[in-house]
Structures are given as C-alpha cells and as structure tokens.
Ligand binder design. Structure first.
Ligand code: ZN
Length: 160
C-alpha cells in the first residue's frame, strides 16, 4: 500500500465515524459527565459514562458535541474502544493515545482502529482535535462527583 492510499484510508475511517457516529447521545445512567473544549479549533465535546456496579469498569460511553471531523471521529472511535474496559485500562489508553500521537507507541490489534488517528499527527494543529476526547475522558474519570460544577476543561495549555 502506498503512502497516498494509506492516507486515503485514514481519511475514509475518520469521515465514516464523523458522518455516522455509533456512540452519539447520552448513556442511560450517567455516572460521569464532563465537557471539554479545544479553543484552537472550536471543538466542544460532552462525554457521559456509565460504569458497572463496582464503579471500576466502563459499561458504556457516549458523546455529544460540535466540531471538526477529527474531533468527532476521535470521540466515536474512543467510545467504541472503551466499552467493557476497566477504568484503569481506560486511563492506560489515555497515556497510550498520547504516546501514539507522538509516534512512540501503537494500539494492539484488537484496538487498532485507534491507530488511524496517527495519520493526524502529521498535522500538528489537528493533534489537539484528536486528543480532546481523551483529555475529557481523563477528567471525567478523575472527577467522581460529576463534572457539572467544573464547567469546561480545555486543552489549551497542552503542548500537543
Ligand atoms: Zn478540531
């Protein structure tokens, strides 16, 4: 596969998830809620998480939001990959995603769709778009009493 074809493939997956998101909406039970904002592009995202009874596993993740194709597709891909994961695994995935965007790591076979975002890392301004949903997830997990009072988190200070 040539590099051009590979880039087309990335684009195809991103557009597919942008146009037909599978995880848009709100989870039935809302155990975590967090809004995130990426001022450099204007993307906003609202994540809801449904946890298991023990509170250490993710049953469902949904998102609402407005923004560019990369931010929205990244949220949809993330939601897909997180279902059935433990909270610890989810936090590990946040780290791995950031390393992957720097070209230092990759997701294993069963989560390899997340690697399409690596195509975005060639465009530094769009890295924040791809990262936004993961930053928001991290904040959601780390604020057990719900993010309603917290307002938006932003990734403005991130050195992407
Ligand atoms: Zn964006």
């Amino acid at each position: 596969m040539t590099l051009g074809n590979l880039r087309d493939l990335y684009q195809q997956v991103i557009l597919e998830h942008y146009k037909k998101p599978r995880h848009k909406g709100k989870t039935k039970a809302v155990h975590r809620y967090q809004r995130g904002h990426n001022p450099s592009c204007g993307d906003t995202i609202e994540l809801t998480l449904q946890l298991n009874d023990a509170g250490d596993g993710i049953e469902d993740v949904k998102f609402e939001g407005e923004g560019c194709a990369i931010a929205m597709a990244s949220a949809d891909l993330m939601a897909d990959a997180l279902r059935g994961k433990s909270v610890d695994e989810a936090l590990e995935m946040v780290q791995r995603f950031q390393r992957m965007m720097k070209g230092e790591d990759e997701f294993p076979k069963e989560q390899r769709k997340l690697n399409v975002m690596q195509g975005v890392s060639q465009f530094p301004v769009r890295i924040k778009c791809a990262n936004l949903t993961w930053h928001t997830l991290k904040a959601a997990i780390e604020s057990p009493h719900g993010g309603q009072q917290n307002g938006f988190i932003t990734n403005e200070k991130e050195d992407a």
